[in-house]
Design a protein around this ligand. Structure first.
Ligand code: NAP
Length: 459
C-alpha cells in the first residue's frame, strides 16, 4: 500500500529513527508484521496504554510528511535474478551486514558463498552488541536461515581470521570471484582528555562485550561498588549501558546476559547513572523510541533538569519535557540525563573518582564508561566497490552509524554492484576449483554445529 516510510530510496531513510506506518492508508493486511524481523509491529487495537505513544508517533510523522501520490504509483522493488551461475563470493565477517549480503547473493541461483568469521560464534554485534534486554532485536539472527536450496550453497567458517594466521586476503581473492568485507568498526573513539587511562574508565565496546559474553571481554571486572556511575556520550549505546546498570537483575536473569556479568550486577551498589551529553537536549544522540522505552521501565527514575528543555520542539524534546515534569521519586534507581556537560578531565588518584566538566563541576563516580561511538578506518568505496573483486558493506563501508536494518539496504547495494561487475566480465575467475575454505579443510559449521554454539554460550 506504500504506507510505510521513509523507504530506502527516500531522503531521510539513512537517518530515520524508525519507520512509520500511515494509519490512514494502512489496510491492516498484516504483511508488514509477517516481514518485520524484530517483531516491532502491532495492530493499534492491541496496543497497551504505554504503547499508545508509538501510534501517536506514527500518525505525527504523516502530519509533517504528508502522503504524496507518488507513493501509491510506485511498484514494489523487483529483485532481478541475474545469471550468476558459478559465481563464488567470500564474505569476511558474520554480523548483520555480512549475513544480509549473503542473503542478497544466495537469491541468485548458482551463487556460492563462503563466510569467514574470526570468532567462534557468528552474528557479530547482534550477538555481542545488542543489549540482552532487547531479545526481539537479537532475534533478527533467526531470519538468516534460507530455504534448503540456498542453504546448501552457503558455508560458514568460524574461528578463521582473514589476514591473520588463518587465511590471507590474496588467497581469498585467488579462490573466489570476489571478496566482501563486512568487518564492522575496528575500535572505539577516544576522548583524549587527562585521566582517560585511569583504572575504572571503561570503553563501551568492552563493557557491552562483557555483559554479552564476548570472548575478548569476558574477564572484565568493572568496579560496581560505588553508588554512582557516569556514562560519557548520550547515543543509544549510552542508554543501553545506563539501562543495564540500573536494571533489576531478576529481570535480566531471563535474558541471555553473560552469567559472570549477571552475578556482578546482582552485587552492584550502583543506584544512579549520570549520562553526559556534551551538547544541548535538542542535539541528544539517542533516538526518541529508545528514550521512550527507557521512560517506561518500571521503577526506574529518568531525571531531566527542566532548565535543559526550555526551548526546542519535536517529539524528542516533548518527551524530555514530560520527563522533566515528572515528580522525583525517592528510593529506587535512576538515570540522570545531563546536557551541555562536556567532560574535560577524568579525576582520580590511582583510579577513576569522577569527571570534571568544562564548567568546573565535578560529577563523582567510581565507574566511568566512555560511550562516544566507534571508530577505525572504513573502506573507501563507490556503491560498495573498493576495486573490481573487492567490496565492503555495513559499518566497514559507511562508518559506525545506523541500526541493524540499515545494513540490509547497504548490503543489497554492494551486492548489486558486485553482480553488475560480474555480468560485465570485470571479475577474475577463481584460480582453483575449490573455494579456499574447502581446499584448506576448514570445515563449515552446519545447523547442528550452530545449535551447539548457541548451547555452549548459554551454559
Ligand atoms: P552515537 O550515536 O554516534 O553517539 C555518540 C555520542 O558520543 C554522542 O552523544 C556524541 O556527542 C558523543 N561524543 C562523541 N565524541 C565525544 C567527545 N569527545 N566528548 C564527549 N562526547 C562525545 O554512537 P553510539 O551510541 O555508539 O551508537 C552507534 C550507532 O548504533 C548509532 O547509529 C546508534 O543509533 C546505533 N544503535 C542503535 C541502537 C538501537 O536502535 N536500539 C542501540 C545501540 C546502537 P555529539 O552528538 O555531540 O557528537
Amino acid at each position: 500500500m506504500g504506507c510505510i516510510h521513509p523507504t530506502p530510496d527516500e531522503l531521510g531513510f539513512a537517518t530515520a529513527e524508525m519507520l512509520y506506518i500511515d494509519p490512514d492508508t494502512c489496510i491492516d493486511c498484516g504483511a508488514c508484521a509477517d516481514a518485520c524481523p524484530v517483531d516491532a509491529i502491532r495492530p493499534d487495537a492491541a496496543l497497551t496504554a504505554d504503547d499508545q505513544w508509538y501510534a501517536g508517533a506514527n500518525a505525527e510523522y504523516y502530519q509533517s510528511n504528508p502522503p504524496s501520490p507518488e507513493w501509491y504509483r510506485r511498484q514494489p522493488p523487483q529483485i532481478a535474478r541475474v545469471s550468476a551461475d558459478g559465481l563464488r563470493v567470500a564474505i569476511v565477517g558474520s554480523g548483520a551486514a555480512g549475513f544480509y549480503a549473503a542473503t542478497a547473493l544466495l537469491r541468485h541461483p548458482g551463487v556460492r558463498v563462503d563466510m569467514y568469521e574470526k570468532l567462534s560464534a557468528p552474528h557479530g554485534l547482534i550477538r555481542y552488541g545488542v543489549a540482552p534486554d532487547h531479545p526481539a532485536t537479537k532475534g533478527v539472527a533467526g531470519q538468516f536461515r534460507w530455504p534448503a536450496g540456498q542453504q546448501k550453497r552457503f558455508a560458514l567458517h568460524l574461528g578463521v581470521e582473514v589476514g591473520g594466521a588463518g587465511i590471507s586476503h590474496d588467497t581469498l581473492l585467488d579462490d573466489h570471484h570476489a571478496v566482501i568485507y563486512a568487518t564492522g568498526s575496528a575500535g572505539e573513539r577516544r576522548l583524549d582528555i587527562p585521566g582517560e587511562e585511569l583504572p575504572g574508565v571503561i570503553g563501551a565496546l568492552q563493557f557491552v562485550g562483557w555483559y554479552n559474553g564476548h570472548p575478548d571481554h569476558a574477564r572484565l571486572a568493572p568496579d560496581l561498588t560505588g553508588r554512582r556511575a557516569v556514562v560519557i556520550g548520550n547515543g543509544n549505546v549510552a542508554l543501553d549501558l545506563a539501562r543495564i546498570l540500573t536494571a533489576d537483575p531478576d529481570a535480566l536473569a531471563g535474558t541471555d546476559i553473560a552469567k559472570p556479568a549477571l552475578m556482578a550486577l546482582r552485587c552492584s551498589a550502583i543506584e544512579e547513572v549520570v549520562v553526559l551529553g556534551r551538547r544541548g537536549a535538542a542535539q541528544a544522540a539517542f533516538t526518541t523510541p529508545e528514550l521512550y522505552a527507557l521512560s517506561r521501565v518500571p521503577g526506574l527514575g529518568v531525571v531531566v533538569d527542566p532548565e535543559d528543555v526550555v526551548s526546542g520542539d519535536g517529539p524528542k524534546l516533548a518527551l524530555l519535557r514530560e520527563l522533566a515534569e515528572r515528580p522525583r521519586e525517592t528510593g529506587g534507581k535512576r538515570i540522570v540525563l545531563r546536557f551541555n556537560a562536556a567532560p574535560e578531565e577524568i579525576i582520580g588518584d590511582g583510579a577513576a573518582a569522577g569527571v570534571r566538566l568544562s564548567t568546573g563541576e565535578v560529577v563523582e563516580a567510581g565507574l566511568v564508561l566512555r560511550s562516544i561511538g566507534f571508530g577505525g578506518a572504513t573502506f573507501d568505496t563507490v556503491a560498495g566497490r573498493v576495486s573490481p573483486g573487492v567490496y565492503a558493506t555495513g559499518w566497514a563501508r559507511r562508518g559506525p552509524t545506523g541500526g541493524i536494518g540499515t545494513n540490509r539496504t547497504c548490503a543489497e547495494e554492494t551486492v548489486a554492484t558486485l553482480l553488475a561487475d560480474y555480468a560485465a566480465g570485470a571479475l577474475n575467475a577463481p584460480r582453483r576449483p575449490e573455494p579456499a575454505g574447502r581446499r584448506l579443510r576448514l570445515w563449515p559449521v552446519g545447523s547442528h554445529g550452530m545449535k551447539k554454539v548457541d548451547a555452549s554460550r548459554s551454559s
